[in-house]
Design a protein around this ligand. Structure first.
Ligand SMILES: [Zn+2]
Length: 638
């Protein structure tokens, strides 16, 4: 899709002569630009409709009305210019602003765009969700409250001065919606200026603002941009002055000319700001998140394991939307526990008033921050909020959430602790959706999906089955007990082994921590079988026959996966020890944890089985080697 670019100029210190010089030049190189004006300018400048009273027209009032009617002046640059040097103690109240708008409505038309003027004397500025102390335009208690009047007269878009957008490499949605103090919801937008400019973008530093590099990035990302400028200001030590001579010198004219030359090649069109905002406003949220996400996870595209890229690139966001829609869930506050790159969080946002995502993997958070930066999520309450946290230690108060969503994460964490945390932060009768892997999934990865990969790669996925098997026979504690009770010494088949091997074997078992990887990689199939038999016998002896069906094939399966044992991948499981907890769960095993955490398991089914309306394909196969693979469930807090 071609990019659209518009110019959104602040009329600060502009006079008619300068305005005409700039716009004549821009038209001559085919860059039609809109511009802005003030309602009041008590210093008597050309760009004010009035000076300080409705009976005192500005010196160029008729000319301004013509420009407004022609659509060139399409932005209201706040209620007026009252910087300390110009205000002469004047500040218009609500009645004056209303009177000026009435005049404008009668004699021309009212622009649909408002931009705050960045001066503390501009108390009529609109503050939005995080107002500064001097923003009073949307404060119904203040004498200069005027937002309701602006909206009544058809002003639709607001630039509220903190939304400067500095980095063109971030794809972004330009508009967002936010609630003001008077309860009105407004559409705000961001303006772009180059990070190379150290203060305000003006007529002297245009050449830094309009670079080929930025244009290329906009084009590549199908990104629209509203350029922020002050054509009428020259700067001297951060003091803005009306230019003494020509507004645009040779260097800046050259930058604009080159800028205009590249547009065709890069498929960029120049439009008026209103047109651009109208287009951005109706952009479909889902498509916009998809576009932005695909761009930010692109760096991973060529890597061997492009897990995060696939979240957006393989299925697209629509998949996650369909699946959440089909689950028929809704409520006030939702948590996406272990949110990855946020694909589920974005899908949840249409069903809950607020969605928070927590994630511990720094590379996923990096993607996520890039995506939400682009969406201006901090400023729009409808976008999810994200933070770095573990699902074992959730940074929210008790009984905060109505719903917790946890897809494919809990088996990488301390499951007991995580479930207790879910229970703590959920309201009474709140529900948790949990999706997790059983043995079949890991066997599929090792035996099918990655069978042509080198062993080390397949071992990554074998480890969870190993952990599951060990844990089913009682965990490492049981292995230790087997040794401590000298069961090995009592076995004749053990003494058949060469002495050195026996000693090594015993040493491993009698050390405080058994190194299972070392054990399994160093010893023969016979040894492994022996270990399995011993453990089984020991369990029978001690009558710890829980889950008999699950561990009866222990030694056979251990032999199968022995070749696959490997260390956890630190880049995926950055918390010390977390990888070694990663394991497979069958529903009957999981239900033990559920009970002890204050939940009831309401229902469980294969992946995507909880989609009640419409059909959505599962992401993962439901069984492999007659073992259940990826399954999901709903828990209810008692
Ligand atoms: Zn300004």
């Amino acid at each position: 899709m071609p990019s659209k670019i518009s110019f959104c100029n602040d009329c600060d210190l502009m006079d008619r002569k300068g305005f005409e010089e700039v716009h004549t030049f821009l038209n001559s190189i085919n860059l039609p630009a809109g511009d802005s004006f003030w309602l009041f300018d008590p210093s008597g400048g050309d760009m004010g409709l009035f000076t300080h009273d409705l009976n005192k027209p500005g010196p160029q009032q008729h000319w301004l009305l013509d420009q407004i009617n022609d659509g060139v002046l399409d932005v209201l640059h706040s209620a007026g210019s009252y910087g300390e040097r110009f205000n002469k103690g004047f500040s218009p109240n609500r009645a004056l602003i209303e009177g000026a708008l009435e005049f404008l409505d009668k004699n021309a038309k009212i622009p649909r765009i408002w931009t705050n003027h960045g001066d503390v004397h501009n108390t009529q500025n609109i503050g939005g969700v995080s107002p500064q102390s001097y923003h009073n335009g949307d404060n119904p208690e203040a004498p200069e409250y005027c937002l309701d009047v602006l909206l009544d007269y058809g002003v639709e878009y607001f630039w509220i001065d903190r939304l400067l957008f500095r980095d063109a490499s971030y794809p972004n949605k330009i508009t967002s919606t936010e609630m003001c103090r008077d309860g009105n919801s407004i559409i705000t937008f961001n303006r772009y200026y180059s990070p190379d400019i150290d203060w305000s973008p003006n007529a002297q530093n245009l050449f830094q603002q309009f670079t080929l590099e930025d244009l290329k990035r906009f084009s590549e990302n199908s990104q629209d941009a509203i350029y922020y400028t002050h054509w009428g200001c020259h700067h001297d030590n951060k003091i803005a002055l009306t230019p003494k001579g020509d507004v645009l010198d040779y260097k800046n004219k050259k930058a604009l000319t080159e800028f205009s030359r590249y547009l065709d090649d890069l498929d960029i069109s120049i439009v008026r700001t209103t047109e651009l905002l109208d287009k951005d406003k109706i952009k479909d949220d889902e498509k916009e998140i998809q576009r932005i996400s695909e761009i930010v996870v692109t760096p991973e595209k060529d890597e061997e394991d492009n897990f995060y890229y696939n979240q957006f690139g393989l299925r697209g966001l629509k998949y996650y939307y369909d699946r959440i829609n089909g689950m028929k869930i809704k409520g006030d506050k939702a948590l996406d526990a272990g949110c990855g790159v946020g694909q589920w969080s974005f899908a949840l946002k249409n069903h809950f008033n607020s969605v928070d995502g927590i994630e511990i993997n720094p590379s996923a958070l990096e993607y996520l921050n890039s995506i939400s930066e682009g969406l201006r999520s901090r400023y729009s309450s409808s976008y999810p909020r994200f933070q770095s946290a573990s699902i074992e230690d959730i940074p929210f108060s008790e009984s905060y959430f109505d719903f917790i969503f946890c897809y494919g994460v809990i088996f990488c964490a301390n499951i007991d602790r995580s479930l207790k945390e879910f229970s703590r932060v959920l309201k009474k009768s709140g529900t948790a959706y949990i999706n997790l892997n059983a043995d079949g999934w890991y066997e599929l990865l090792v035996d099918e999906r990655f069978k042509s990969k080198e062993d080390s790669f397949r071992r990554i996925y074998a480890e969870p089955i190993w952990n599951a098997l060990v844990s089913r026979v009682g965990g490492e504690d049981i292995f230790q007990l087997v040794c401590n009770d000298n069961l090995l010494d009592k076995r004749e088949d053990f003494w058949d082994k060469p002495g050195a091997v026996r000693e090594e074997f015993k040493k491993i078992f009698q050390s405080p921590i058994i190194n299972l990887e070392q054990l399994l990689s160093s010893y023969s199939d016979d040894m492994i079988r022996l270990l399995g038999q011993l453990t089984k016998e020991y369990i029978h002896q001690k009558q710890q026959k829980k889950n008999e069906g699950l561990h009866q094939n222990f030694s056979g399966r251990i032999r199968n996966i022995r070749r696959k044992i490997f260390k956890p991948r630190p880049e995926y499981f950055p918390v010390e020890g977390i990888g070694s907890r990663n394991r497979a769960f069958f529903p009957e095993e999981f239900s033990e944890f559920v009970k002890s955490s204050g939940f009831v398991l309401e229902k469980f089914t294969h992946d995507a089985g909880l989609v009640l309306e419409g059909h959505v394909d599962p992401i993962y196969v439901s069984s492999f080697n007659s073992h259940e693979s990826v399954w999901e469930c709903i828990l209810r807090k008692i």
